[in-house]
Design a protein around this ligand. Structure first.
Ligand code: ASP
Length: 490
């Protein structure tokens, strides 16, 4: 007992802190702002941020913000100074606002809190950027530097939360349809999708590099050889290509799907049903213009609209109109320069219009030798309001056809060797298979009507390649370089 007394005496602050935690956690549980209307007449404890303060002196009004929303608090004779973005604990009574003073714009607008006690948990300096407006007019570098503040604005908060709901909906939908979610490696070997690779030097094997995946394309096909039959994952893909409004620099997330024993029709049906239910559930205010989704051949799209991703909305001013469509019957190859296709390989004549694992249309296989540019591929592109929000194909499952494609795109012997594992795998009982990969960021960008992908990503990279907040890339130390067997030359 003496020991305990002495300990208590010597750690008075510890004791006090504990006492406070005890008081808050045991006598009064925290109530979320959103449930204040159910607690009229009761004393409650709220915790959150000061959103805005009005009035001073004897009577102060402010909005308290937590993850669930905003509520108005009234404090009389405050003994502390409250400033925006302070983190506080408020003990007080929930009272009904007189009819006239109710605020319909706020979910908790029919009540307010009469504060009895306010504790400042942490203070906040004046914010470098405002967080109450939509933020579109603020310099983007500032928004990225202080992204953790930028994410406080209601628009960004909504975007990120709805993204989470969207991902959950898809995960539930697919697992209910017998799909297995499987992660594939990030440190891997090149999987060309037409962009430049990001390379990671190996410390253990001097002079060798991993490539970050441009997509899990090879792994998902190997998972079909492994017998899973129905796979999906929310896959991070890495592509070192110049950014555009609808193309993130560096990394993005795609919903990667692969199925065995299916036709192209099965893939289109699954995607169409899943996204139709998603829109109904998560974006009920949106209207899908036409079901079943219109299908258009690549050549017809080019002729009629001058684009393989036509915007088929009847009323382009209506933010709630969704015009999904499929573009089909792409040519298997484009005539392209090797830089445009696969950096450091391929030849100048034929480049895969999708990727090199896409199956030629069975009716056109005989043209592979005679006239490759006439061969159609079993590719499907998912279009939404003029954006390509996904692509996929039925794959080649015949190693001879795959070898033929390698030849046509001009792979050297060494380049072919880089992909022998695929040809080898296909010798041990490969099911016919195919899939699709809708871009999650791009889909959400279009669904929200946001001007660019960064508005739906928590910590995006800006066009100069600089990452939000952490400001990568950075210069490695000489020791790091040495360990990686690298020398930096200017
Ligand atoms: N891997 C492809 C892509 O990223 C999608 C697919 O073929 O499933 O575009």
């Amino acid at each position: 007992f003496t020991v305990i007394l002495i300990l208590c005496y010597h750690s008075k602050s510890f004791f006090l802190v504990n006492h406070q935690i005890y008081r808050y956690n045991h006598f009064m549980k925290r109530t979320l702002v959103i449930s204040t209307p159910e607690n009229v007449g009761k004393s409650i404890l709220l915790k959150g941020w000061v959103n805005s303060v009005r009035g001073h002196g004897k009577l102060v009004f402010f909005d308290l913000r937590d993850r669930s929303g905003l509520v108005q608090v009234i404090a009389e004779n405050l003994d502390v100074v409250l400033k925006p973005e302070y983190v506080i604990a408020v003990t007080g009574k929930v009272v009904k606002r007189p009819g006239k003073l109710a605020n319909d714009k706020l979910e908790t607008g029919q009540v307010e809190i009469q504060a009895k006690k306010i504790d400042i948990i942490t203070q906040s300096k004046e914010l470098p950027i405002p967080v109450t407006g939509d933020g579109h007019d603020i310099n983007e570098e500032m928004r990225m530097k202080y992204r953790y503040l930028d994410l406080r604005r209601p628009r960004m908060n909504r975007n990120i939360k709805t993204r989470s709901k969207t991902v959950k909906f898809i995960r539930d939908y697919l697992t209910n349809h017998d799909f297995v979610e499987i992660e594939t490696p990030i440190l891997t070997k090149t999987t060309p999708e037409g962009a430049r690779d990001f390379l990671v030097p190996s410390r253990l094997q001097a002079g060798k590099f991993y490539a970050l995946p441009q997509s899990p394309q090879q792994y998902k096909q190997l998972l079909m050889v492994a017998g899973f039959e129905r796979y999906f994952q929310f896959a991070k893909c890495f592509r070192d290509e110049d950014p555009r409004a609808d193309r993130a620099y560096g990394e993005f997330t795609q919903l990667d799907i692969e199925m065995s024993f299916v036709t192209q029709e099965d893939i289109l049906q699954l995607t169409e049903k899943m996204f139709t239910s998603l829109v109904k559930e998560i974006f009920p205010e949106k209207k899908i213009q036409q079901t079943p989704w219109p299908r258009i051949s690549h050549s017809e799209a080019q002729k009629k609209y001058g684009s393989d991703k036509p915007d088929l909305r009847k009323d382009k001013k209506d933010p709630n109109e969704l015009a999904f469509a499929w573009t089909l019957d792409f040519p298997l190859f484009n005539k392209q320069s090797k830089e445009d296709y696969f950096h450091g390989s391929g030849n100048a004549q034929f480049a895969p219009s999708h990727h090199m694992f896409t199956s030629p249309h069975p009716d056109d296989v005989h043209l592979l030798d005679k006239d490759p540019l006439k061969v159609r591929g079993l590719q499907h592109d998912l279009v939404l309001n003029g954006f390509e929000v996904g692509g996929g194909s039925i794959r080649i499952h015949d190693s001879k056809v795959q070898e033929k494609i390698f030849e046509l795109i001009g792979f050297t012997k060494e380049q072919k060797q880089e992909f022998t594992h695929m040809l080898t795998a296909f010798q041990y009982g490969v099911p016919p298979h195919g899939g699709i990969a809708p871009g999650i960021d791009r889909l959400l960008m279009v669904l929200y009507g946001e001007p660019n992908l960064r508005e739906v990503m928590a910590f995006p990279t800006i066009s100069s390649g600089q990452t939000a907040v952490l400001n990568a890339p950075s210069i490695p130390t000489p020791e790091q370089l040495k360990e990686l067997h690298l020398k930096s030359i200017k």
